[in-house]
Write a protein that binds this ligand. Structure first.
Ligand SMILES: [Zn+2]
Ligand SMILES: [Zn+2]
Ligand SMILES: [Zn+2]
Length: 390
């Protein structure tokens, strides 16, 4: 992402707007090329494709910003949110659990939608994702840049182990520096975080050493080179006629990723068991990257083709029992029959199979995280033990 360090005061600042526009177009194209190259290198399956597409979006926004324009992520986010038919407060994405079949009922805070009954990952909410979009900082860019040459060398040498180690470093930096792009489970659950990084790295290995996936990446780079940019400094746009060939390649990349995911048995490594969401995550990341640069009719068509036309239903908390998370103290609603839930406040998996436990020191009651025998009371820090309830 070295191109992001471009000096905005370089020659040409005083040229007529036509030249500025040309320069912007060239710059956008260079950005897109570079991001697509990374997209190819790292995008070993859906979630990493998503990560890359989000980086791409961030790079394009930064390109526009460094051109001296006021194209903040604010404008861009507003454009995307307008397309995605914003829900009113008190609504949640319509979806049902692939594991237990339950419909989603309780409110969500991030893009990652977890089951209210069994804590499985159910869906990915593009609208929430766009709300929380933040450009990756320089620390992440530095890690990616530092790993690039060595990653290429490892692929050429057929050295999977070195490649895996490099990718682990990249994804560790991703989880640390771009937390809004990753599930909230990664915030406090170290076992989840570790498994997620390992999973992403293994997916990266699967793709980097697959000739068909590499051929698709090369094709993607070519298509991105063919993109035509328009609009102005304030709101750069991409010409839909030049854009659809990119979408065609993405469609094939998603299919390729699905096959790789299965043959490399990556589903066994995925801490969210999200194999059924492979395509959705890839399309979501791609849409996050490009929606804001498309005219409204083309944007609507992209969402339709991606199967991401969002629908929302009212939150249903009826019959829920009020509980508090033993990890963060946050209040949540446990629906009748629920076994586990991911806390929207801290991302810990909370075990609903056991009753609330009282703190002997401050009297607060709480539900312990799954697998934990004790916690530091989130209200007074006193030790609260599972056995203390007996
Ligand atoms: Zn479920
Ligand atoms: Zn919590
Ligand atoms: Zn306490």
């Amino acid at each position: 992402m070295g191109l992001l360090n471009r000096n905005p005061k370089d020659p040409g600042g005083g040229r007529p707007s036509g030249a500025d526009q040309m320069k912007l177009a060239q710059q956008m194209q260079a950005q897109a090329m570079q991001m697509q190259a990374q997209f190819g290198n790292v995008a070993q399956q859906a979630q990493s494709m998503q990560a890359q597409a989000m980086q791409q979006a961030a790079a394009l926004q930064q390109a526009a910003q460094s051109s001296g324009a006021e194209v903040g992520s604010g404008n861009w986010v507003r454009a995307v949110l307008a397309i995605l038919a914003p829900p009113q407060p008190g609504f949640v994405k319509r979806c049902s659990c692939a594991v237990c079949g339950a419909p989603k009922k309780l409110p969500t805070v991030t893009a990652y939608v977890y089951c209210d009954y069994c804590a499985s990952l159910m869906d990915y909410d593009l609208r929430r994702a766009c709300e929380g979009d933040k450009a990756p900082g320089p620390e992440y860019a530095a890690t990616v840049n530092a790993a690039q040459a060595a990653s290429r060398a490892a692929v050429q040498a057929g050295d999977r182990d070195s490649y895996r180690d490099l990718q682990k470093r990249v994804f560790e930096a991703y989880v640390t520096h771009v937390p809004s792009a990753v599930s909230h489970r990664a915030r406090n659950d170290q076992a989840y975080r570790h498994a997620y990084v390992a999973f992403m790295a293994e997916a990266a290995v699967a793709r980097a050493f697959d000739p068909a996936a590499q051929a698709l990446d090369a094709e993607m780079k070519q298509r991105v080179m063919g993109l035509r940019y328009g609009g102005n400094m304030m709101s750069p746009t991409v010409d839909p006629a030049s854009f659809w060939p990119v979408v065609d390649v993405l469609e094939r990349q998603v299919e390729s990723a699905r096959g790789l995911y299965r043959s490399a048995r990556l589903g066994d490594l995925d801490p969210d068991g999200g194999e059924h969401l492979t395509g959705k995550l890839a399309w979501s990341g791609f849409c996050q990257g490009w929606l804001g640069m498309l005219p409204p009719d083309a944007a609507a068509r992209l969402l339709d083709r991606a199967g991401l036309t969002n629908e929302y239903v009212p939150v249903q908390q009826e019959g829920g029992q009020s509980r508090h998370c033993g990890g963060c103290g946050g209040q949540f609603s446990a629906l009748p029959g629920a076994q586990a839930i991911i806390c929207e406040g801290c991302g810990r998996k909370v075990d609903l199979g056991s009753a609330e436990i009282g703190c002997a020191s401050c009297g607060a009651t709480m539900t312990l995280p799954a697998g934990a025998d004790d916690v530091a009371c989130p209200f007074c820090q006193a030790r609260v033990e599972r056995s203390g309830m007996r």
